[in-house]
Design a protein around this ligand. Structure first.
Ligand code: GP9
Ligand code: MN
Length: 416
């Protein structure tokens, strides 16, 4: 009922933080290029496989960007689609199933819709069947103008592997489509090659497989290295086409690639036990934002997650989000809390990690008294509960952009 949403609204209002004045509007009018890196976890960044860098290009790219090294994925069973939901709505995906399937036709106030009012065109690039994850229904509902899907790409046996079109081909063909878009645009590119079971042709292999009892982990490294090379070629193409200087590039990992079934192999690679604490820390995914002409780039270690992407991007473009129903906070905001909740209820603060009902001290990586995590437990629950209420109740139907209007429902019924 309406009192519930009033409570949610009050919660969101109370948690709102001022944007960083130095960053607000920094990329006003620029194109936005979001790159979703399939199954890419942070532990591979600046790391090696048999002495060779796993992601040499991303490592360099990070040096010229803002890099968030305590950024977590917050996805559930909806995997890539959940990460897209977080990105475009700053709401949490659901605890079960994929929100794209169960509530994809809800009323939302997604980024493409908001940007349309600012004169932006929007497009998604992903060389898979358009109906996968219900995207053909959900994207128009989010306000996307165009979805370049498998039918827009030249896909052959030769240029495909595993789940489909190889990433190098994908980016190359995508840029051709991209050149036709009206500017400014908001665009999202979803890679595919680094997807379980991490298949790769011999000719595309640039590093060795790992050597462990997990074929999955072993194969993860060569496909990551391939994806990194594809990303490098994409950036080069953007430069060649003159798009690089007119765009901000937001790149992040969508979710984990290595499940807990491979903990033994992970322990061998990391050289330490994968405790619940370590597993939670492994849910970090790389996250970098490149802003053209910015020289003051640096690593930001504040705890953050995918739910924070929407306000961060909108604020960079100079768009206020004061009245938005959003659970995220601008990652550049000085006041942003060191706090992120994962979809399974685990949460991370500057000092502690809470998971499976245990509290861990980050400085020792050991279990600590549960009372240390206590102050954040209620907040973690509230975040997910309030967001779930909005999604399950399709409550944004009654939100006119400034206030909750349960009467809006009656007005609409009256009009019919
Ligand atoms: C499929 C791609 C990968 O289109 O998004 O899906 P995933 O299994 O990672 O959700
Ligand atoms: Mn994925």
């Amino acid at each position: 009922d309406s009192s519930e949403f009033v409570e949610t609204e009050n919660y969101l209002k109370a948690n709102q933080k001022e944007p960083n004045p130095d960053m607000f509007g920094k990329a006003k009018g620029k194109n936005v290029i979001v790159v979703s890196l399939e199954s890419t976890q942070s532990f591979v960044v600046n790391n090696t496989i048999n002495g060779e860098e796993v992601t040499p290009f991303l490592n360099d790219f990070i040096e010229e960007s803002y890099y968030f090294d305590n950024f977590y994925h917050q996805t559930g069973q909806g995997k890539t689609a959940d990460s897209e939901f977080l990105l475009d709505n700053s709401l949490y995906p659901l605890g079960r199933g994929s929100v794209f399937f169960t509530h994809g036709t809800n009323e939302f106030n997604a980024t493409p819709e908001i940007l349309k009012e600012e004169g932006y065109y929007s497009a998604v690039f992903h060389a898979n069947n358009s109906s996968f994850w219900n995207r053909d229904i959900v994207y128009p509902n989010f306000g996307y103008d165009r979805f370049f899907n498998i039918n827009d790409y030249n896909v052959t046996d030769e240029n495909s592997v595993g789940w489909g079109l190889k990433d190098k081909e994908f980016f190359e063909q995508s840029v051709e489509h991209m050149k036709t878009l009206p500017q400014p645009f908001y665009s999202k590119f979803i890679t595919l090659t680094n997807h379980f079971p991490f298949e790769l042709d011999e000719e595309d292999r640039m590093v060795d497989e790992y050597d462990s009892n997990s074929r999955t982990l072993n194969r993860y490294f060569p496909t990551l290295r391939y994806q990194d090379e594809a990303f490098k070629q994409f950036i080069q193409k953007l430069k060649d086409e003159g798009l690089y200087e007119d765009s901000i590039i937001v790149v992040y990992g969508d979710h984990y690639g290595i499940s807990q079934n491979h903990n033994a192999a992970m322990e061998k690679y990391l050289g330490k036990e994968v405790t619940p604490y370590v597993w939670t820390q492994l849910q970090r995914v790389p996250m970098a934002i490149h802003i053209p002409g910015e020289t003051d780039n640096k690593t930001i270690s504040k705890v953050s997650g995918q739910v924070d992407l929407k306000p961060t991007i909108l604020h960079l473009l100079g768009i206020t989000t004061d009245n938005h129903v959003q659970f995220g906070t601008d990652m550049f905001s000085e006041d942003k809390l060191d706090f992120t909740v994962l979809r399974d209820g685990s949460f991370i603060t500057d000092k502690y990690v809470y998971t499976s009902d245990k509290c861990y001290d980050k400085s020792t990586e050991q279990e600590t008294d549960r009372s240390n995590c206590e102050p954040y437990m209620e907040k973690a629950k509230q975040e997910l509960d309030y967001s779930d209420q909005i999604v399950y109740g399709d409550l944004l139907r009654f939100y006119d952009g400034t206030t909750y209007r349960p009467d809006k429902k009656q007005e609409e019924t009256d009009k019919k």
